[in-house]
Design a protein around this ligand. Structure first.
Ligand SMILES: Nc1ncnc2c1ncn2[C@@H]1O[C@H](COP(=O)(O)OP(=O)(O)OP(=O)(O)O)[C@@H](O)[C@H]1O
Length: 223
């Protein structure tokens, strides 16, 4: 049964990098709640705080003020180790430049993620089939198109069956056709698999496919 708790909830989240005269207020009292099965696009100009917010939601950065909950679990009281464990069990991360290991095949890249998370390696074939890449599983990143590489990265992010997927400009390096295929895949991952997906994007073709678009400027959510 799907949990009624939000997949992610941020309340009054502020983030300040540095201190004193050089302090940067990257996030200013952000409230955001995301349900399971929902795909949210985060838009905003360069430097507005999108990546910072993604990192706070993903438990990679601790907010200076405010609270973040993941599946009803408050992140703030957790130690670094506990937060790392929570990320491994609940979150998948996808990046603009894929971050695949060049010396490993598609299959081995996914297997490595399974191994790091403590799952049997034979799940890698299923994950690659899920993103439509079974036929290319023995290809090395240099032999794959950008869209294919991003799909490998998504298969890798799905290792361990995370309830939340966080993607930083997943289509920025892709042409229209491959970009749309990647967004459609992310939408299916949200709708059909009931995961919560947050994407940072500048791409209007992507925001059109999202269930909800949140705009951010100067660290604040625009209403
Ligand atoms: N590690 C850091 N130390 C100090 N300031 C930082 C750090 N990371 C980001 N910032 C600053 O925080 C603000 C928000 O940055 P952030 O990367 O979250 O914006 P963004 O919306 O993702 O930008 P872009 O679209 O250019 O990636 C910017 O003013 C940025 O310069």
């Amino acid at each position: 049964m799907m949990s009624m708790k939000p997949a992610i909830q941020a309340e009054e989240v502020s983030l300040i990098y540095g201190q004193g005269a050089t302090a940067v207020h990257a996030l200013d009292r952000v409230d955001l709640s995301l349900a399971s099965g929902e795909m949210l696009a985060l838009m905003g100009p360069s430097g507005s705080g999108k990546t910072s917010l993604l990192m706070v939601l993903g438990g990679l950065l601790r907010p200076t003020l405010g609270r973040v909950q993941v599946q009803g679990i408050a992140l703030d009281p957790l130690s670094e180790t506990e937060r790392a464990r929570l990320r491994l069990s609940h979150m998948g991360f996808v990046f603009q430049h894929y971050n695949l290991f060049p010396a490993l095949t598609a299959l081995e890249n996914v297997q490595l993620a399974l191994e790091l998370k403590g799952y049997p390696l034979d799940g890698a074939d299923t994950l690659l089939a899920e993103v439509g890449l079974a036929p290319r599983r023995h290809g090395y990143p240099r032999q794959l198109s950008g869209g294919e590489k991003q799909r490998v990265a998504i298969a890798r992010a799905l290792a361990g069956d995370p309830s939340i997927l966080l993607a930083d400009e997943p289509t920025a390096a892709l042409d229209t056709e491959h970009g749309m295929a990647v967004v459609e895949l992310l939408r299916r991952i949200a709708r059909e698999e009931g995961r919560a997906v947050v994407m940072v994007t500048h791409d209007p073709r992507v925001t059109r496919m999202a269930d909800r678009v949140v705009s951010i400027a100067d660290g604040r959510i625009l209403q």
